[in-house]
Design a protein around this ligand. Structure first.
Ligand code: EPU
Length: 421
């Protein structure tokens, strides 16, 4: 198992490009199941979740060929429609094959995802949406078994106790593209990754409108064709580099960041004293030597994303005064707190809320990565800490960040990957 060794204290400076968005790539790859024609994707991130999705699609009869950041996918067999627990267990986004398999093949068997480090993650709303389209669904030996003749368009409310569902919207929207008649999804997720998926499906011949709003309308079509598409830049990776610039009091240009996808994040960073300036098609982010405390609540898009909560917390550990962070999407997504405290942070957790009392400095320590974004927060803390931080289990980070240690080293960080073996 690999580790990162970080010697903190270097000011980050320079330019870094963000990779394609992981959370757009995964459902878009799954959408290749909806057509018999070849799909070309560009700008894919080189992360292990993308490789896991490629392996899953291969098992489901898709021929996948990858060259650098591009990929071609083509269905060559429709015989196996079983997404096994082995792969679903590794990556919950595997559930995104459910809607496409059902719509195209009339049958899907997908292992029910279990819990994960960020808390319970049910998929009841996905199933409710697919049932509304006419699917018959039951559970068999831990697998969801779904069958349907042609799905039928209808009106579906997809809101849940924590707002909309991102992959639930993806699943139902993909299934509805091939349904008979019109589907209206109310309380749909508005995330840029859902917009990117809809844009891709429209290139395949789907008729989807209203994307980016909570009301998505899909006119079903008989079949979908191949398409070529470039994935949008990853707003969460961009936010992570913004915090890296801020926490090291550095100055970093991100030439391909989509600031329009990150208004809540930019607003919050500016509010606490970080400079974020538009520059050509990207942005320059700079620390000012002082971080003000703030309050933040994570919410579905366009609110502040839960996927940047841990990274912002790392930054607020060094703010002047007390900050309050409330997690409204995953109330248990706080495994990074105890690790940050090993580095000298002062954080008090009270239910879904963390009160962060700013300290003058963090100190390096051996810490444990627990999930993707928590690990990113520990890397950020390590960049600012005095001394050496060793982050164990970085395979979590490799799931969603493309060569983060190389990108950070190019900006001047002292970070090395070492193989424990
Ligand atoms: N929920 C339900 N029932 C459902 C589905 C969701 O109650 O059927 C709840 C969840 O438990 C959660 C909330 O609704 O409290 C939102 O969950 P959502 O379904 O939107 O999450 P997801 O689609 O499983 C995606 C991202 C996550 C990101 C969340 C929230 C992908 C592949 N994953 O997950 O990304 O945190 O949306 O924005 O798109 C990450 O990249 O690190 C990551 C975890």
């Amino acid at each position: 198992m690999d580790k990162f060794v970080i010697k903190g204290g270097n000011r980050l400076e320079g330019k870094v490009r963000v990779s394609g968005a992981k959370n757009a790539t995964l459902p878009i790859m799954a959408a290749s199941l909806l057509s018999e024609e070849e799909v070309h994707l560009d700008g894919l991130p080189d992360v292990t979740d993308v490789s896991t999705m490629a392996s899953l699609l291969e098992e489901l009869g898709v021929r996948v060929s990858r060259q650098g950041n591009s990929m071609k996918l083509k269905v060559v067999s429709q015989e196996n429609s079983h997404a096994r627990y082995d792969l679903v267990r590794k990556m919950r986004a595997s559930v995104c094959v459910l809607g496409p398999l059902l719509a195209k093949r009339g049958f899907a068997r997908v292992a029910m995802p279990g819990g994960c480090a960020i808390g319970p993650r049910p998929i009841d709303i996905h199933l409710k949406g697919l049932k509304a389209l006419g699917a018959k669904i039951h559970l068999e030996s831990g697998d969801i078994v779904a069958t349907a003749n042609r799905l039928k368009g209808t009106e579906i409310f997809l809101g849940g106790p924590f707002g909309s569902t991102v992959t639930g919207t993806a699943n139902v929207m993909m299934a509805a593209t091939l349904a008979e008649g019109k589907t209206v999804i109310e309380s749909a997720a508005c995330e840029p990754e859902i917009q990117d998926l809809a844009n891709f499906l429209n290139k395949m011949g789907a008729k989807i409108s209203g994307v980016g709003s909570p009301r998505i309308i899909i006119e079903g079509v008989e079949h979908l064709s191949g398409a070529t598409h470039r994935i949008i830049p990853d707003r969460i990776e961009a936010g992570t580099f913004m915090v890296a610039a801020a926490i090291t009091n550095g100055e970093v240009e991100i030439p391909n960041v989509r600031l329009d996808h990150m208004m809540a994040v930019v607003d919050k960073l500016r509010q606490i004293g970080i400079t974020v300036e538009k520059c050509n098609d990207g942005a320059i982010v700079a620390g000012s030597g002082k971080i003000s405390a703030t309050n933040v609540i994570t919410r579905p898009y366009p609110g502040f994303p839960t996927d940047l909560q841990a990274q912002l917390m790392a930054l607020l550990c060094l703010a002047d005064g007390n900050s309050i962070i409330t997690e409204k999407i995953y109330p248990d997504r706080f495994l990074h707190i105890s690790e940050l405290m090993r580095m000298g942070a002062k954080i008090h957790k009270e239910g879904p809320t963390a009160i962060v009392t700013g300290v003058k400095r963090l100190v390096g320590a051996p810490v444990m990565a627990s999930d993707l974004r928590a690990s990113a927060a520990l890397v950020l803390a390590g960049l600012a800490a005095e001394g050496t931080t060793i982050i164990n289990r970085v395979y979590h980070i490799d799931r969603g960040y493309e060569h983060i240690e190389k990108k950070l080293a190019e900006l001047g960080a002292e970070i090395r990957r070492i193989d424990d073996e």
